[in-house]
Design a protein around this ligand. Structure first.
Ligand code: 13P
Ligand code: SF4
Length: 314
């Protein structure tokens, strides 16, 4: 089958099997096009909590599919490639984080959603890049707080809230790959452009940016801004949806240090899901996410707390 035939088949089978397809903005374009909902980590969690479909096919990385499963313990949650991990989740293993938490017994734990279900199960609050500041601000000022695993987002939240957060030293390999020098050159070349950055980016990139926000917030910013040119410091998959709303604007992906095919930053984990794997996964109803009831019950509390705090602040 060619790509168009594959896409048509996926659309036909997902209807037949009453399966909802959720996709992150970093997925390849063809996958975004066959999805029922494309969003950021928070939007995808909310969508997963609302769906009535008995099967969820999640086109994103492992921790995202786990979150959908935790919110839907009785549903089948499929992930096209179980190896689609995340450097932040990989760098914060349960035993290591448990030991760190035990060293700070009187601290609340605000955990970025980019972590395993087991790590979520020993956290007090989950947050995403779109609500991290809100979540930390909701915690009484006299409480001490651990923020993990992303050190860049943690530093950004620390600054935005004025709170003295204890940070875990994790990083996103994709957002740490941007070349500050090459971004500076682009700024000189396009003096009218706004630099917009995801908060997983390094401190120097964030400080240079005119806007910092989650993937969904970055898309909204480009759409609503009167500016015509933007340098985009996040994973290049975002350009697909970003372009849709503003075909006349110039979107320049921020370059990485090393030369790769597009000289932009791509998440190899996100790109492990391919259209063929989505098709196979839909047909075979496998691979799927499997978690124990104990872990799911414990991990659901901090996720639901995040959704409740975020939605009530709207
Ligand atoms: P958001 O979807 O919250 O913008 O985060 C981006 C990301 O890196 C997901 O892994
Ligand atoms: Fe993880 Fe970074 Fe990839 Fe997002 S972009 S999934 S944070 S490695």
């Amino acid at each position: 089958m060619n790509r168009e035939e594959l896409k048509a088949e996926i659309l036909r089978i997902k209807k037949e099997k009453n399966t909802v397809i959720l996709a992150h903005y970093y997925q390849e374009e063809d996958i975004q096009e066959i999805a029922d909902f494309v969003g950021d980590s928070y939007g995808l969690s909310v969508e997963a909590s609302k769906t009535e479909a008995p099967v969820i096919l999640f086109c994103g990385v492992h921790f995202m599919a786990e979150t959908a499963k935790i919110l839907n313990p009785d549903k089948k949650v499929l992930l096209p490639d179980l190896n689609a991990g995340c450097s932040l989740a990989d760098g914060c293993k349960y035993d290591d984080f448990k030991a760190f938490k035990d060293e700070h017994p009187d601290h609340e734990v605000v955990m970025y959603i980019n972590c395993s279900a087991e790590v979520k199960s020993i956290s007090d609050y989950i947050c995403t890049s779109s609500n991290a500041v809100k979540i930390v601000n909701s915690i009484p000022a006299d409480k001490k707080v651990i923020f993990a695993p992303d050190r860049n987002l943690g530093r950004y939240v620390k600054k935005a809230t004025g709170r003295d957060l204890v940070l875990w030293n994790g990083k996103c390999i994709v957002h740490e790959a941007f070349s500050f020098d090459k971004i500076m050159k682009l700024i000189l070349e396009y003096p009218e452009a706004d630099l917009i950055a995801h908060p997983e980016s390094t401190e120097e990139v964030i400080e240079l940016a005119q806007f910092v926000g989650s993937t969904a917030a970055m898309i909204k910013y480009v759409k609503e801004s009167p500016k015509e040119q933007f340098i985009i410091a996040t994973e290049a998959g975002i350009l697909h949806k970003m372009k849709e709303g503003v075909p006349e604007k110039t979107l320049i992906p921020a370059p990485v240090d090393e030369d790769n095919t597009c000289a932009c930053s791509e998440c190899a984990f996100m790109k492990m899901n391919t259209l063929q794997k989505v098709y196979d996964c839909l047909v075979n109803e496998s691979p799927s996410i499997d978690l124990t009831k104990e872990v799911m019950d414990a991990a659901r509390l901090p996720i639901e707390r995040m959704i409740q705090i975020t939605e009530s602040a709207k």
